[in-house]
Design a protein. Sequence first.
Lengths: 384, 143
Amino acid sequence: MPRVAVVGVGISKFGRRKGVSLRELTFEAFKEALEDAQIKKDEIQSVITGCASDEFAMANQPGAQIQEYLGLNPKPHFRVEAACASGSMAVRAGWMTIQSGLADIVLVNGAEKMTEVSTPKATEIMGKFGDSTWEYPFGISFPGYYAMLASNYLATYKESGKTDLAKIAVKNHYYGTLNPKAHMQKIVTEEQALSGFIVAYPLRLHDCSLISDGAASIVMVSEKVAKRFDKPIWITGLGAGSETHAIGRRKSLTSLESACVAADQAYKMAGITPKDVDVAVVHDCFTIAELIAYEDLGFCKRGEAPILIRNKDTYLDGLIPVNVDGGLKAKGHPIGATGVAMTAEIVKQLRGECGERQVKGAKIGLSHNVGGSGQFTAVHIYEA
Amino acid sequence: MAKKEVDDRFKKFGTVSFTAITKTNDFISYLEKGKVMGTKCKECGAIYFPPRSDCSKCFNSNMEWFEVTGTGRLLSFSELKYGPVGFEDDLPYTIALLDYDDYKVFGRISKDISYEDLDVGMELKTEFNTLPNGQLSYVFKSP
Ligand SMILES: [Zn+2]
């Protein structure tokens, strides 16, 4: 099978972007991606936009706003929705569009503007990503879902503790300070992380990712066209999985089955094992999610994720650097943008363009993007 | 002219419900009688909580109701300090998941149990309750 390459990436500044609309945010990312790829707008043949929520956009078909604002009509365009994995599923759809032969040059955007609604309204919108019939009427919040995973994880693996969650926050906040596009550039100490106010027991303030505005764009091309470009980064493995909507129907609360099957498919397709991965970005919407990701991705055995973070194995100089861009935790989590921004980060890592947060000599990268509390997971593998 | 009656019983479920209509609306009528019910497929025996009107294992829709009785093991819980719009008066509250072996029940812990007294693995029972706003629900209590 011919391969698909990413040849241009752009990310808007993530944060509370007051005074900038959804379409204007995407324009920032799009312009940067075009310049990075050194192609003209008119060369794009097809467009896909990941955007998770009409309620955050306060509009239906927010993708259409974006497509017009980027000046891309009448090129084919559709939107992909897979909750917090919308971005990675859009990348997957971009790969499919190219592999099907429908287009050779595809633009994939991810965008979300989350800070225009009140915090209780944002809690409502996020809560409704869960089962709105059987779980929402009890007042579940999005942190509530991951708090349930955390309570079960901490009870299942007696050696693990809240300090392990705090250590994830400390790492990702530290790396956020090295990423100029990150929402928050502030170091958090373990003491601060352990004494922050409780959002959803046992998760505290610093266990939760940020509600952010942001956009990311990438240019994907067929192998045939990729020859034109200096530093194509190849997508060599893709995997995806799904999980029950209701948390009560899960087989496990210490793992996401969707992530396990996605990782398995992606490793097989790329012909690699977890040990071959040089740099990874994983879906740390909450600190517990990063611990679980280490295990679901096979970076360690079940129950051993706390050891990985205690040993600093996922730091820049460690065995497998994870989220050295700050993760969702510090970089921010504008839902639909997240997956596309993950791809952009890995592309930059494999090109060696990440400056202070560069993983030296990284050749193989991985992104792990989870929608909802696991309902959609995409794992992609990239090679230089 | 009389309006055609809509069976929207389900809007009575929980503090705030975004669902009004489902084929499992009888769940609400059972709640009104104080019973928390799931469904069982008469064809293949699959057990469902929350109740379903169609079996995803054998694709039959021949279901019967069963009552959630006895105790379940506390699988996980979280005390929420922040809630969505409409839940402000309830805060803080503790959500939880009970494991009844054949099925699991998601819901809330009774206000008279502090989350600090909860331990994963402890036995709790599921009981019907009426909420302060008149809505119908169920709650987890000490057996
Ligand atoms: Zn059946």
